[in-house]
Ligand binder design. Structure first.
Ligand code: 5RP
Length: 262
């Protein structure tokens, strides 16, 4: 079954599988959103079922909450957990300082709240997510629906004085209607191409009325687990300054792939 996965899916899977080793018995774990994070949730579900791992999971979206319950992970709210030992999540881009763009799945607000409330944030990603400079992936920002066009105009005007290459933005759609986040907000994607000063941009965008949060994660991520299509994984820890290399075997985990055709 694993042979049917594309190289990118294999890379996502091995990153998730390796990152699951960070999870210890008794931990409160933030569960990210997206296709890579879904692998992580499946891997943790398997550890709960087969190895008796006891964890409490705080999902970062309704989608992840549903999957976590399906695979047998005990789900609690962030307010019940209060603080988390670890959050593991995907990313749309990461740079050499492990600053991130997130929100491709529209869950950036809960993702940022949960990651910030964690002792440690580990990102799981295929190697294609690594960039020298953030910004090729459109930067998602969550905006409230009220006056969103006015907010959009304000954001675009502000971008003129920012160190970015592109300045257009689009409202994310779900077919013919705006995409709605779990908090009932809209997502605007900023087509910046290159973000020269991500820290400054993040601060400026978040000062605008109408903007709830942006998808730049600055100084939040502690380590990244990078997956490759051939099963190799690389763990980079920004605090320790270490790089560990490993390899994940697909065969022994075949049962994880059995529910993917639905
Ligand atoms: C969701 C996210 C995801 O982590 C990001 O979009 C990566 O997704 P995927 O693992 O499917 O590539 O930020 O809001």
């Amino acid at each position: 079954m694993a042979g049917e996965l594309s190289p990118i899916d294999k890379a996502k899977f091995v990153a998730a599988k390796r990152a699951a080793q960070f999870v210890e018995d008794g931990m409160r774990v933030g569960l990210g959103t997206g296709s890579t994070a879904a692998w992580l949730v499946r891997c943790l579900g398997e550890m709960v079922r087969d190895d008796g791992l006891r964890i409490k999971g705080v999902p970062t979206s309704s989608r992840t909450a549903q999957l976590a319950r399906e695979v047998g992970i005990e789900v609690i709210s962030l307010d019940e957990a209060k603080w988390l030992d670890l959050t593991i999540d995907g990313a749309d881009e990461f740079d050499g300082e492990l600053n991130l763009i997130k929100g491709g799945g529209g869950a950036l607000l809960q993702e940022k709240i949960v990651a910030t409330a964690s002792d440690q944030m580990v990102v799981i990603a295929d190697i294609g997510k690594e960039v020298e400079t953030l910004g090729a992936f459109p930067l998602p920002i969550e905006v409230i629906p009220f006056g969103w066009q006015t907010t959009q105009a304000l954001v675009e005007e502000t971008l003129i004085s920012m160190d970015v290459l592109g300045r257009t933005s689009t409202l994310r759609m779900n077919g013919d209607i705006p995409f709605i986040t779990d908090e009932g907000n809209y997502i605007m994607d900023l087509h910046l191409n290159r973000i020269g000063n991500a820290r400054q941009l993040s601060l400026v965008i978040n000062q605008m009325p109408g903007v709830v949060e942006n998808g730049l994660f600055i100084d939040i991520c502690d380590a990244v687990v990078i997956g490759f299509g051939d099963g190799r994984v690389e763990v980079r820890d920004i605090n320790e300054g270490t790089v560990d290399r490993d390899r994940i075997d697909f065969v022994e985990t075949d049962n994880l792939f059995s529910d993917l055709n639905d």
